[in-house]
Design a protein around this ligand. Structure first.
Ligand SMILES: [Fe+2]
Length: 197
């Protein structure tokens, strides 16, 4: 009896696992290079979406320190878009975006954080939380992309991707500094919010 049950369990596990294998789409990547280019299109869309979204986030920041940190990152992001265009050129590919569902979701979450917070240190803390999620997504993405470029022997592309990776890490650290220096302290201690930075 026990053996029969085990047999049934094994049989159902087998059929479940075979049902879970996803059939690739007709344009699915079969080479790492194709997947690399697809991923570049994804982050190209994401960076452009960020360039469009950041001005609204800057307007909603109360702390001048936070606003100027994001303003600076907007300029850095515009340059990252240009850098991606250089990478497409190096690879002999057309620079085109492909909707990045992750960035679309992160930006949507950022919008709902604005709705759910009152302007001041609470909204600023929310903006930092949303921005750091974006930075961490970008750090993961550029880390992977630079590793792919190195694996594929695309050393010039790898150099450019590593530069962007360093900028994303820097932006993440700056956001942490802003959070610790003014915003989260005010939120915890309910002390007067330093709008001078
Ligand atoms: Fe970026």
């Amino acid at each position: 009896m026990k053996n029969t049950n085990n047999k049934n369990l094994n049989a159902s596990a087998k059929s479940n696992s075979s049902n879970s294998i996803v059939a690739p789409a007709s344009d699915a990547a079969s080479e790492l290079k194709d997947f690399f280019i697809d991923s570049l299109k994804d982050i190209y869309w994401a960076e452009n979406a960020l360039v469009s979204a950041l001005p609204k986030i800057i307007q909603n920041a109360t702390s001048p320190l936070l606003a100027s940190a994001i303003k600076e990152h907007l300029e850095v992001t515009k340059n990252q878009v240009v850098r991606l265009e250089t990478i497409f050129k190096l690879l002999g590919e057309k620079a085109e975006g492909k909707k990045c569902e992750a960035m679309a979701g992160l930006l949507k979450e950022g919008d709902s954080i604005l709705l759910e917070t009152v302007p001041g240190y609470v909204r600023d803390a929310g903006i930092i939380a949303a921005s750091q999620k974006i930075e961490h997504y970008e750090i993961a993405t550029y880390g992977t992309l630079s590793a792919f470029a190195k694996t594929l022997g695309e050393n010039d592309a790898a150099k450019l991707l590593t530069q962007t990776l360093a900028e994303e890490k820097e932006a993440d650290m700056v956001l942490s500094d802003v959070a610790y220096s003014a915003i989260n302290l005010s939120a915890v201690d309910n002390i007067a919010y330093d709008t001078n930075g």
